[in-house]
Design a binder for this molecule. Structure first.
Ligand SMILES: [Zn+2]
Length: 453
């Protein structure tokens, strides 16, 4: 790509207009983006330092992020080839071996990474592929013997692919031409798939039972360890091969339908994200400068709908509150209202108050709100009273009570003391003032009385 097109795409990625970017590592080095949710390597990085830095691009905002590493031995071979022409070859080779061990590891990967950087982690992380799908070992001695015997009979002249074909009894033309079908171990491994054989060979490589002669066309060679297995009855423990596939199948089965609460939360997050995008593009700034994903996620879980609650959200400081606070409250309330209008809808705890609040904010009177919501007007009054005590002090509760009634309730409280329950006052006033009005007044004065006592 030319530099202009490239810069354009990078910009679009940073601004959340392009969701996925596929690039060489050189491309991503300058990207400063807090809400990267995935980093996927399509081949093996050349050392753990690079790898760690690259996966560190995900989840800078502290939210859950994933990383996946795909690799094959072809990657190792390619790196080896580059190493031959570079300086400090030994160090680089050692580092390449470490990352290869990491990729093949059968113990917690987080442990390996942190230990590599001198941070001693004792506990398993419980979150990596190994922790989630602990490997199960079996006696692979016979299997290893078959492999080693075949390599020996093939005079250490073949690579991994040909060895597997010999073991599986392939009728490949070049195999037959070389007479490999004549050796004793030809076809002894028909019962195992190519994939499983590869897994077995990788494990044997890591155990030092075989090695790859990179300098001689990547052929497989025997080692001291091989001889122990072949002649000194050394036992070989291998890990079940099909685990990866089983794991993938398990994951497929596990994917259960999302709960209504999850659908609600995801929808709201998406709504806020789009709104953020719109604000950012109007102002010509990156979306994370409006709010980060972490801040949006908090808004989704806490549903702030007044100044006090909004300012309690991490990432909403004085300036952000003044600049964006009310606009985001509008978005949240509008979203809740639209959810309420849908059939079989889900509302979170307290959501029904917020729907009434939203209609109140639109200037509707109580009778209309009650009708729109198919609720009794008294229910709407109690919603407003509740909202007021939750900090929505912009609701004018006193407009629903006559001045003369306010005086009577106030005097009653002076006489019998403050109760957060309306009944004692209702009784004291001989039932002459309706319950809902007493409740509204109590909500309105609650803080004053509670502070006074
Ligand atoms: Zn782990």
């Amino acid at each position: 790509m030319g530099p202009v097109a490239r810069a354009k795409i990078q910009e679009a990625f940073i601004n959340d207009e392009v969701p996925i970017i596929c690039a060489t590592i050189a491309f991503g080095m300058g990207i400063d983006k807090s809400n990267v949710r995935w980093v996927i390597h399509y081949n093996l990085p050349k050392n753990i330092e690079n790898y760690y830095q690259e996966i560190g691009r995900a989840g800078r905002d502290g939210l859950k992020s994933d990383t996946i590493l795909f690799y094959t031995f072809a990657d190792v071979m390619l790196h080896r080839k580059f190493l031959e022409e570079s300086g400090q070859r030994e160090i680089k080779e050692a580092k390449l071996e470490r990352i290869q061990q990491y990729a093949d590891a059968l113990i917690c990967r987080r442990k390996i990474l942190l230990n590599y950087f001198g941070e001693n982690l004792q506990e398993n992380c419980g979150n990596c592929d190994v922790c989630k799908n602990p490997p199960e070992s079996f006696d692979g001695t016979t299997l290893a013997q078959k492999v080693l015997s075949a390599i020996s009979r093939l005079r250490e002249k073949v690579g991994m692919r040909m060895l597997i074909d010999v073991l599986r009894g392939s009728a490949r033309k070049d195999l037959l031409e070389k007479g490999y079908d004549q050796i004793k171990t030809y076809g002894v491994g028909r019962d195992m798939s190519v994939f499983d054989w590869q897994q077995a060979l990788y494990q044997m490589l890591n155990l030092g039972l075989i090695e790859i002669a990179y300098e001689a066309g990547n052929v497989l060679r025997l080692t001291e360890g091989s001889k122990e297995v072949l002649f000194q009855k050394r036992k070989v423990a291998l890990v079940r091969f099909a685990d990866m596939r089983k794991h993938a199948e398990k994951r497929k089965q596990k994917a259960k339908p999302k709960s209504k609460a999850e659908v609600f939360a995801e929808g709201l997050f998406e709504t806020l994200r789009r709104f953020r995008q719109q604000l950012a593009s109007e102002e010509g700034i990156a979306p994370y400068l409006v709010f980060t994903d972490a801040t949006l996620a908090q808004m989704v879980s806490k549903l702030p709908t007044n100044e006090q609650n909004m300012r309690e959200i991490l990432g909403v400081g004085e300036r952000k509150w003044l600049q964006y606070g009310n606009a985001f409250i509008d978005e949240i309330l509008t979203y809740i209202e639209t959810q309420d209008q849908q059939k079989g809808s889900y509302l979170p705890t307290g959501g029904t108050y917020l729907v009434s609040y939203q209609l109140y904010r639109k200037g509707m009177d109580i009778a209309d709100i009650a009708e729109a919501r198919s609720l009794h007007p008294h229910t709407i009054y109690s919603h407003l009273a509740q909202l007021y005590t939750l900090g929505h002090h912009n609701i004018n509760l006193l407009q629903y009570i006559h001045n003369e009634e306010i005086n009577r309730i106030s005097k009653a409280i002076q006489h019998i003391g403050f109760h957060s329950n309306a009944k004692p006052i209702f009784d004291y006033l001989n039932g002459e003032i309706e319950y809902y009005k007493i409740r509204l007044y109590i909500a309105y004065t609650r803080d004053v009385y509670l502070k006074a006592t």
